[in-house]
Design a protein around this ligand. Structure first.
Ligand SMILES: C[S@@+](CC[C@H](N)C(=O)[O-])C[C@H]1O[C@@H](n2cnc3c(N)ncnc32)[C@H](O)[C@@H]1O
Length: 206
């Protein structure tokens, strides 16, 4: 796996990502998170196709995605009873809390909430997918499963994003994500992955 660092502007130039995008301004207090949201929003706006997010949490990213596509955002998060054996998880949320950020907003686009563990999720009748964010359980076997499953759904030329992908990972959390991606790249035969400068984002273009 060869990691190439690329900054936001270089990516915009290289892939002609010129369409404007929206980012909800009331959510991101630090530069890194704001940059990550800009990246995701920009990719959704420029592709204007269906999108998938693994790991909804409160739904801020799902909301931003939905504001930047006319199509559907599918976002997946397990209920407490579906969590399974994953260890490196941010939080276990109840049904009402999953996606709470977007649920009451009338200005959101089309979001389909899927209550499922990504390990067991079998996507059906989902096509024309051009942006996928993997940000669920951070155990390497989950990351591998998510990447493998999602890559098959992604259109050629589509963008597969991984959160918590950092260079020289020191924390066990980041090491585990790195390991899952590394195995995925090896199995599929992918050589190149981008790391987006000043973010925790990895990007593979299919
Ligand atoms: C880091 S948070 C996601 C943040 C969200 N993507 C955002 O940008 O606002 C990780 C979420 O993944 C969920 N999660 C944990 N295990 C999962 C699994 N196996 N499948 C899908 N989601 C999972 C957690 O419950 C948590 O809500």
């Amino acid at each position: 796996m060869v990691i190439n660092s690329i900054d936001f502007d270089q990516l915009v130039f290289k892939y002609s990502l010129s369409k404007p995008y929206l980012v909800s301004s009331d959510t991101y207090k630090d530069d890194r998170r704001l940059k990550e949201q800009k990246l995701i929003s920009m990719l959704c706006s420029n592709t204007n196709a269906n999108c998938i997010e693994i790991g909804t949490y409160k739904g801020q990213t799902a909301y931003n995605m939905s504001c930047n596509t006319d199509k559907t955002v599918y976002t997946v998060n397990p209920l407490p009873c579906q969590m399974g054996g994953g260890i490196l998880i941010t939080d276990t949320l109840d049904r009402d809390d999953i996606g709470a950020f977007y649920k009451h907003r009338s200005d959101r686009g089309r979001i389909v909430q899927i209550y499922e563990n990504s390990l067991n999720w079998c996507p059906e009748n989902i096509e024309n997918v051009k942006v996928i964010l993997i940000d669920g359980c951070h155990d390497s076997d989950y990351v591998f499963n998510d990447a493998f499953k999602m890559y098959n759904l992604l259109d050629t030329g589509g963008f597969l994003l991984f959160h918590d992908f950092v260079l020289n990972p020191l924390r066990s959390w980041n090491k585990s994500v790195y390991k899952g991606i590394e195995k995925f790249c090896k199995v599929i035969g992918i050589e190149n992955i981008y790391h987006i400068t000043d973010t925790f984002m990895g990007l593979i273009i299919k």
